[in-house]
Write a protein that binds this ligand. Structure first.
Ligand code: HAM
Length: 410
C-alpha cells in the first residue's frame, strides 16, 4: 500500500483551514507594516546553511535533508528561511538599489528531527526579515508585527520572552566565562551538552535537561554599553504595547544571532512550546559575502500556531447545496449554482449523476444550511424549491428572486 514517509503528514480539514486562516491574517498584517513577499527556492546549496544557520547547530549537524544531485552538487532542502532570504538579498544586489528591505515568506521547511507532537520533518514557516536597519525600532517593529499576526489569527494564551545575546565585542567575553563555569561542573552535563560545551556553551542554558541546573548559578551576560543601550531602547519601545518577560536563558538554537532574541511560547504546546522565534542577526549578511547590513527577523511554525489557537468555532457561512432531480433540470441547476457563486455564496452540489436521495444525503453531510432543488417543473417554470436543511421547511422561489432571498438570509 502507498505510504507516507515517517515524520511527514497530510494536512486537511480543520488543520488545513487553520493554516489558510493564519496565512490570510499574516498577509493582511504584513501589508499594514509594508512588508513585501519574497519567494525563494526550497532547495539551495548545502553550503549556504552550513555557513549561515551554523555548523555548530543541531540543524546543520544532523537534521538537514542533504544529498548530492546527478550533477554532483551538494544540495539541501531548506531547514529554515533566513539563509535563503539573506542570499537573495545579496545576489539581487538590493544593497545598492534599495537597501532597506522588509520581506516575508510563507513556505515549507525540512528538518530530520525526531517526530513528536508539534514537531514534524516538513512544516510550514511564516517568517519576516527586516534588513537594513540597526535601530532598536526595527527589533520592536519585528516583535509587534508578530504579535499583531498572532492576535489577528486568534491566539490568546502565550508568553513573549526576550533577551540580548550581545555582539561580537561582548559575547566572546561572556562565552569564555560561561565555559569556565560549566567546565567546573562538567559531570552534571548531559552527553549532548558536554559535546557542545566548547563550541556553543550558550546552548547548555536552554537544554531541557541541563538548563534548569544552571539557571541560578550561571554567570549572566554583561552587555557592552552599546548593546545595553540598544536593549534598553527596544524594551522602552515595547512597553505598553506588548507584555513580555526578560529571560537570560533564552539563547535560541541558531548561530547567527546578535543582540535581541525573542520567542513567543504557548503552554498548551507542551515540550515544543515555541510558536515563533527570532532575533537580530547583524553579522550574517556580511559573513555570507554580502555588504555589512544589519537585520532582524523571526519565523513562526504555522502548524504550532494552529495547535496553540485550537479549534475555532467555524464561521457561520451561508452554504447552499444545489440538487437536480431530473436530467431535464441539470442545465438549469448548473446555471443556478454558478449564479449563486458569482454573488459570493458558498455553493456546493453538482452531483447530478446521482439520484435525489444520494444528493440530499450529501447536502445534509456538507453542512449546508439550504438545499436548492430543481426538477422538470422548476426548470420549466423558472423557479426553484428551497429546503431549509435544519428545519426541513420548504418554499418555492422564482429563480430571479433567488439571490435577493438568500441575501436576506445571509
Ligand atoms: P527556529 O526557532 O528554528 O527559527 O524556528 C522558528 C519556528 O519554527 C519555531 O518557533 C517553531 O514554531 C517552528 N518549527 C521549528 N522546527 C519545527 C518542526 N520540526 N516542526 C514544526 N515546527 C517547527 C528559525 O527558523 C529562524 N530562521 C527564525 C528567524 C528568522 N530568525 C531571524 N529571522
Amino acid at each position: 500500500m502507498a505510504k507516507l514517509v515517517r515524520g511527514f503528514k497530510d494536512v486537511f480539514g480543520q488543520e488545513a483551514d487553520a493554516l489558510t486562516e493564519l496565512e490570510t491574517s499574516a498577509r493582511k498584517v504584513f501589508k499594514l507594516y509594508g512588508v513585501a513577499e519574497l519567494r525563494v527556492p526550497t532547495l539551495e546549496l548545502k553550503e549556504l546553511f552550513v555557513k549561515s544557520t551554523g555548523d555548530t547547530t543541531d540543524i546543520v549537524q544532523k537534521e538537514m535533508y542533504a544529498f548530492e544531485d546527478a550533477g554532483g552538487r551538494q544540495l539541501a532542502l531548506r531547514p529554515e528561511g533566513t539563509p535563503g532570504a539573506a542570499r537573495a538579498y545579496i545576489e539581487n544586489n538590493f544593497a545598492n538599489t534599495d537597501p532597506v528591505k522588509k520581506f516575508f515568506y510563507i513556505g515549507n521547511m525540512f528538518r530530520a528531527e525526531r517526530p513528536q507532537a508539534g514537531r514534524y520533518r516538513e512544516f510550514e514557516q511564516i517568517g519576516a526579515e527586516l534588513i537594513g536597519s540597526a535601530a532598536p525600532a526595527a527589533d520592536a517593529e519585528a516583535i509587534l508585527l508578530l504579535k499583531d499576526i498572532v492576535k489577528d489569527f486568534g491566539i490568546t494564551n502565550y508568553k513573549v520572552k526576550i533577551n540580548s545575546l550581545g555582539c561580537k565585542e561582548c559575547r566572546p567575553v561572556y562565552k569564555k566565562e560561561l565555559i569556565a563555569h560549566l567546565s567546573a561542573a562538567k559531570a552534571e552535563l548531559c552527553e549532548k551538552c558536554r559535546e557542545r560545551l566548547q563550541r556553543n556553551p550558550l546552548r547548555v542554558l536552554d537544554c531541557k535537561i541541563c538548563g534548569p541546573k544552571f539557571t541560578q548559578s550561571a554567570p549572566k551576560q554583561k552587555l557592552c554599553p552599546a548593546c545595553a543601550e540598544h536593549y534598553e531602547e527596544v524594551k522602552t519601545l515595547l512597553r505598553g504595547k506588548i507584555d513580555f518577560e526578560e529571560d537570560t536563558t533564552l539563547v535560541r538554537g541558531l548561530d547567527y544571532y546578535t543582540r535581541t532574541v525573542f520567542e513567543f511560547q504557548a503552554g498548551s504546546l507542551g515540550a515544543q512550546n515555541a510558536i515563533a522565534g527570532g532575533g537580530r542577526y547583524d553579522g550574517l549578511i556580511q559573513s555570507m559575502g554580502g555588504p555589512d547590513m544589519p537585520a532582524v527577523g523571526w519565523a513562526m511554525g504555522a502548524e504550532r500556531a494552529g495547535i496553540a489557537r485550537g479549534e475555532k468555532p467555524a464561521k457561520k457561512y451561508l452554504k447552499i447545496y444545489v440538487v437536480s432531480m431530473d436530467k431535464t433540470a441539470n442545465e438549469a441547476a448548473f446555471n443556478v449554482m454558478q449564479t449563486l457563486r458569482t454573488a459570493e455564496f458558498v455553493t456546493l452540489g453538482g452531483l447530478f449523476d446521482k439520484n435525489l436521495k444520494a444528493q440530499m444525503k450529501q447536502a445534509d453531510k456538507s453542512g449546508a444550511g439550504y438545499a436548492v432543488i430543481l426538477g422538470e417543473n422548476e426548470a420549466k417554470g423558472n423557479y426553484v424549491t428551497i429546503k431549509n436543511l435544519e428545519t426541513g421547511a420548504q418554499e418555492e422561489c422564482p429563480q430571479k428572486e433567488l439571490l435577493n432571498l438568500f441575501k436576506l438570509k445571509r
